[in-house]
Design a protein around this ligand. Structure first.
Ligand SMILES: Cc1ncc(COP(=O)(O)O)c(C=O)c1O
Length: 392
């Protein structure tokens, strides 16, 4: 057996002063490796061990006491939501066209048809005023996505969904630690989902959670997550053997990853504070440049507490956005665009998507740029990014 050499540093550290600046650099926040070692010492590497319980309790406390189940990804949590709601062929669900493919795929996998909504030009969130026009007798669910963790207008969305008898499932991949009028994101829908992918504010490489606000869905959620068995009840000593009772799959996160995640969650104040400072520095130092270039900096309504997840701006045109990406790349800085309109993707077109269906999404997708924004971005690195922007 080959023994790998021990790495001097577990993650790439800030490079030379003029070295490349990545879009994201996932770094240890504190006790991750101690907790992973402890998880190994505890001899429980599969799911639902000590660390999973700790993470779930901590998250539940942040989310108004909701039942939280760690999952292998946000994608899988969304798939669980579709299963829990018994989504099937003939059903429709409404989602913004400006989102990650998983918001659509999780429900398409069950045979449902996506109905793409356009977004608001300010927050880039599902436009709540256009929602009613998309409702049909087949609408079973509405999936708002809190882009960059800035809240959708949840009162209107919940109202429209309620009138249509549709469930609200919040795709809250970006919005842990954020709130809308003082209420945490992820607590409005009967279900919501979180992501702990390495690009998120707290991460474990790949991971997620299903947040269950409707207690009537909790017992079945445990079963779907455990391959369609009542193994969770067996592990709690409530039954003397477990068996196949429903459909399901393997959505349980390893306790090794939960150990890593707990250390991240425990360091959340420091992580959020560093993100806030980086975000605010961009906002301040780019304001004059943006006004002169006709670029728009992010808009966060006063009633939304944001989680400082992304720093994005809108350039006047696709050509300028592409030129800026190349300009930054030439200076060793990785800046990236984001979602392509789902309704115009190969799959989206199969569901009837056509150019012009979601004009705001189509325009924003061409013009949006995200800058490096992660807790380990050093002051000199950020100064280089700002300088490069001002030189464009
Ligand atoms: C809005 C949204 N939903 C879902 C996901 C999927 O998350 P995961 O990679 O944890 O499956 C992402 C990924 O970034 C996302 O941006």
């Amino acid at each position: 057996m080959t023994v790998l050499p021990r790495l001097a540093a577990p993650f790439p550290q800030a490079g030379a002063a003029d070295g490349p600046i990545p879009f994201n650099r996932p770094e240890l926040a504190g006790r991750e490796l101690d907790y992973v070692r402890d998880a190994v010492d505890r001899g429980h590497l599969s799911g639902d061990g000590f660390y999973t319980r700790q993470c779930q309790e901590l998250l539940s406390g942040m989310l108004a006491g909701a039942r939280v189940l760690l999952t292998t990804s946000c994608t899988h949590a969304l798939e669980m939501a579709a299963l829990l709601l018994d989504i099937g062929p003939g059903d429709e669900f409404i989602l913004p066209s400006f989102t990650f493919v998983s918001t659509a795929n999780a429900f398409v996998l069950r045979g449902a048809r996506p109905v793409f909504a356009d977004i608001r030009p300010d927050t880039l969130n599902l436009d709540e005023e256009r929602l009613s026009s998309l409702i049909t007798p087949r609408t079973r669910a509405i999936l708002p996505v809190h882009y960059a963790g800035v809240a959708c207008e949840m009162d209107r969305i919940v109202e429209v969904a309620g009138a249509a008898g549709a469930a609200v499932v919040e795709d809250n991949a970006h919005g842990l630690f954020a709130d809308w009028r003082g209420r945490p994101l992820g607590t409005f829908g009967s279900l919501s989902t979180l992501s702990f992918h390495e690009t998120k504010n707290v991460f474990c490489g790949e991971g997620g959670a299903l947040v269950i606000n409707d207690p009537a869905l909790a017992a079945r959620a445990e079963i779907l997550r455990e391959k369609g068995t009542d193994r969770s009840r067996f592990f709690r000593g409530e039954i003397d053997r477990y068996t196949w009772v429903d459909v399901g799959s393997s959505y349980v996160l390893s306790d090794l990853l939960a150990a890593f995640l707990l250390a991240q969650l425990e360091a959340r104040e420091a992580i959020q504070e560093r993100r806030r400072r980086i975000w605010e520095r961009y906002q301040e130092e780019l304001a004059g440049w943006a006004a002169a270039r006709g670029a728009l900096l992010p808009a966060v309504p006063a009633h939304c507490r944001q989680p400082w997840h992304l720093y994005h701006l809108l350039l006047p045109s696709l050509a300028e956005r592409q030129a800026l990406i190349s300009h930054l790349k030439g200076r060793g800085i990785q800046a990236v665009f984001h979602y392509l309109p789902l309704h115009l993707s190969e799959m989206g077109r199969r569901f009837g998507g056509r150019p012009g269906d979601c004009p705001v999404t189509e325009s924003v997708s061409d013009r949006l740029l995200r800058l490096p924004c992660f807790p380990g971005l050093t002051g000199p690195e950020q100064a280089r990014v700002v300088e490069a922007m001002l030189a464009f």
